[in-house]
Design a protein around this ligand. Structure first.
Ligand code: PMP
Length: 305
């Protein structure tokens, strides 16, 4: 099913795509009060499989806890609803968007008087940063917008409102002719892309900002830690000054949508040789090998639909 077709799971029922609506005075529309996940289901040699479903659902429930939302389903029920949504839409591969939002009830800022709505939508979604990006890499720009300070928005929650910051970063980058923006944290250290975590490689060691640099704790990021260790590549979490990006041998983004995408230029400075580096390639080979079912799923990351 393409975007705009099929059925959506909405508060316990499967409804036609165009009937999955909410009132314009819903709390979420005015105040960004939603939490969500982005998950991918891959076509493997053994049928469709969801990548790291349990980790994504754990993060959804963590986001809910931070925002005092009591999801009226168990994690197991939520996972099963996701799998059933994919089955009903007869998809072999897709992007999965589970979300929970404060619905229609009262219009004050206090969200607690509003109902909580839950939904799961799925659709086909190609390469997020453009065809060819996985090999050639993308050009990025350090944003003039910072990530929110730790005492302003909780970055560990994947909440709708956080993405106003991401939109500013993305729009600025795209309008200046770059594929993506890289934001610094409120102390000036490298944080992340508008929808991706960032890694650099120097002298054979991989570095990435810690969760205290206002990042989302990415599931792909976590997967890269495990893959790097399996390949005997040292990987460190460290505060990263902006200029460390320029002098890195390799830089890459990770994310459910972006997967593992090399960055070839930052602020018009060529990174390394200006194409995909060797360590980035090794991580990609492991990552895509597992999700395509060509390398054994030794970490039990796949849930078959
Ligand atoms: N940071 C932000 C701001 C994101 O939106 C995403 C995408 N969910 C990521 C990082 C990467 O997280 P994940 O690997 O879990 O998709």
């Amino acid at each position: 099913m393409a975007f705009g077709q099929g059925v959506i799971w909405y508060d316990g029922e499967f409804v036609e795509w165009e009937k999955a609506t909410t009132h314009i005075l819903s709390h979420v529309i005015h105040y960004g009060s939603s939490i969500f996940e982005g998950i991918r289901c891959y076509k493997t040699t053994k049928g469709p499989a969801v990548f790291r479903l349990v980790a994504h659902i754990d993060r959804l429930y963590d986001s809910a806890k931070i925002y005092r939302m009591e999801i009226p389903y168990s994690k197991e029920e939520f996972c099963e609803n996701i799998l059933e949504t994919i089955r009903r839409n007869k998809l072999e591969e897709c992007y999965i968007r589970p979300f929970v939002f404060r619905g229609y009830g009262s219009m004050g800022v206090n969200p607690l008087g509003n109902p909580l709505n839950c939904a799961v939508a799925v659709w086909n979604w190609g390469k997020y940063l453009g065809e060819g990006a996985l090999e050639k890499g993308v050009a990025a720009k350090v944003s003039s917008w910072n990530r929110p300070a730790p005492n302003s928005f909780p970055s560990l929650a994947k909440a709708g409102g956080n993405y106003l910051n991401s939109q500013l970063i993305k729009m600025e980058a795209v309008e200046a002719g770059f594929e993506e923006g890289i934001a610094l944290d409120s102390n000036g250290y490298v944080s992340e892309g508008s929808g991706e975590n960032i890694f650099l490689v120097r002298n054979g060691v991989i570095y990435t900002p810690p969760t205290s640099s206002s990042i989302l704790a990415g599931i792909t990021r976590h997967s890269v830690f495990i893959l790097a260790r399996g390949l005997d590549i040292r990987i460190e979490q460290q505060f990263i000054p902006r200029e460390a990006l320029y002098i890195a041998d390799e830089v890459f983004f990770t994310g459910t949508a972006a997967e593992v995408t090399p960055i070839s230029k930052i602020d018009n400075i060529t990174i390394g040789e200006g194409n995909r580096g060797l360590i980035t390639k090794k991580i990609q080979e492991e990552f895509f090998g597992i999700i395509e079912g060509k390398i054994e799923d030794r970490h039990k990351w796949l849930t078959f639909v």
